[in-house]
Design a protein around this ligand. Structure first.
Ligand code: EZ4
Ligand code: CO
Length: 408
């Protein structure tokens, strides 16, 4: 068989998504996710103008060759736009291969290693009371691990903290705002470093020692500030501290690692194995945070995780709502197959999103499962998608109290 068409589908059911659909000449289709939050049209153009024309007539079965051809053939290696585009091709070709084989994709990745993927949900609140309500809501939905983010006294809206939830209400947090210019939020690291340990103290005394708790620093600390936070959180036994230092500086984690035993996770903004070379070989982290969508697809992420396994490092793939259900399905197929799976981030997509992307994955008793449908198990509804036009949306910019754009 060969590839007959490669269509780039942009839709916005509550938030923007970029999807690649590859169709073979005998009518098998595969889906890939190329969503790049806040820069969606760049990934769509890269695919439509520079990748789709190269795919027509190629053998869709040659996944590794297609990956190397697009990655090395571009001459300009890596970068989020390039890697999101290659990721979409890679996912779509795996989807086609597994559908052709009549198997769920995880079977081609080595078969099942576990019953399901332990998921963590995002709880947040502007105050401790609001945070507790959000944690209880998540526990009621079946979550067995929780990410904890709160407002900081003296600061306004803080990145990663949703509008306070009412009891029983679903958590609907979307960090990119639908507006022509990014929102600007203020940030103060000293106030944050003082406040966070008091939050974890309160959560541990309310919810006990068993519940796995996670926290995301969103790359906002210097190496020494991160070391201070890691140390001050040790009494609360975190599952991980995520993105404590800037993503560009792998050496920063040496300082943090040498100062604290709090487990460390990083990588949602990385786009290749090279971003992890020092981190993995020096064992500076415990969890790989990459997403299939931003790391060039299933092929390189499987290799990355096999490399990480040699150093006792596990997966913790990035699963916010800007990873489409196609990307999230890929995480779950990898997740049940990998031996060194750790945990999977899970923010449920909106009803509108799930009307466009019909998924076969399930969430039961805290575990996500990809399901048994052939391929990735996701279908794209063109008619539903057509109702939602692309709308510009941007992630916020942080400014310090004196107005400077935050350093890191
Ligand atoms: O900032 O998905 O761990 N999850 C996160 C997310 C990311 C956004 C970026 O697109 O940090 O909220
Ligand atoms: Co994060």
């Amino acid at each position: 068989m060969t590839i007959r068409s490669a269509e780039v589908l942009v839709t916005s059911p509550g938030r923007n998504f970029v999807t690649l659909r590859i169709t073979t000449d005998d009518g098998v289709t595969g889906l890939g996710d190329a969503t790049l939050n806040g820069r969606e049209l760049a990934a769509a153009s890269y695919l439509r103008d520079h990748v789709a024309p190269l795919l027509i007539g190629r053998d869709e079965a040659q996944i590794e060759d297609a990956w190397q051809y697009l990655y090395r053939g571009a001459y300009w290696r890596r970068g989020p736009v390039t890697m999101a585009a290659i990721a979409a091709v890679d996912m779509a070709l795996w989807d086609i291969k597994a559908k052709t084989a009549g198997m769920p994709l995880y079977q081609l990745l080595g078969g099942r290693s576990r019953r399901g993927c332990l998921a963590y949900g995002h709880a947040s609140g502007s105050s401790t009371d609001a945070l507790f309500t959000s944690i209880r809501n998540h526990l009621e939905q079946g979550f067995r691990a929780i990410r904890v983010q709160t407002g900081v006294p003296g600061l306004g809206q803080v990145y990663g903290v949703a509008t306070d939830q009412q009891p029983g209400q679903r958590y609907d947090y979307e960090p990119a705002k639908r507006q022509a210019l990014p929102a600007e939020e203020s940030w103060d690291t000293r106030a944050y470093l003082r406040h966070v340990p008091t939050v974890f103290e309160a959560v541990r005394s309310e919810f006990g020692p068993e519940l796995p708790l996670l926290h995301d620093g969103h790359h906002r600390m210097s190496p020494n500030e991160a070391a201070i936070l890691g140390k001050s959180l040790e009494p609360y036994d975190l599952f991980w501290l995520e993105d404590c230092t800037p993503g560009e500086n792998q050496e920063a984690l040496r300082r943090v690692r040498s100062q604290t035993t709090t487990p460390l996770a990083i990588g949602e903004v990385f786009n290749s194995v090279f971003d992890y070379q020092t981190l993995i070989t020096e064992q500076l982290i415990d969890y790989v945070r990459s997403a299939v969508t931003h790391t060039g697809g299933i092929t390189p992420l499987k290799k990355l995780m096999d490399f990480a396994a040699i150093y006792q490092i596990r997966s913790g793939f990035h699963g916010p709502t800007d990873i489409s259900p196609v990307g999230q399905a890929a995480h779950l197929h990898l997740g049940v197959a990998l031996h060194n799976f750790g945990i999977q981030e899970y923010m449920k997509h909106s009803e509108d999103t799930l009307e466009v992307f019909r998924t076969s994955y399930t969430f039961t008793d805290g575990l996500l499962d990809p399901g048994e449908n052939p391929g990735l198990g996701v279908e794209y509804d063109d008619a539903a998608a057509a109702a939602y036009e692309y709308t510009p949306a941007y992630l916020p910019v942080n400014r310090k109290l004196d107005g400077t754009v935050h350093d890191w």
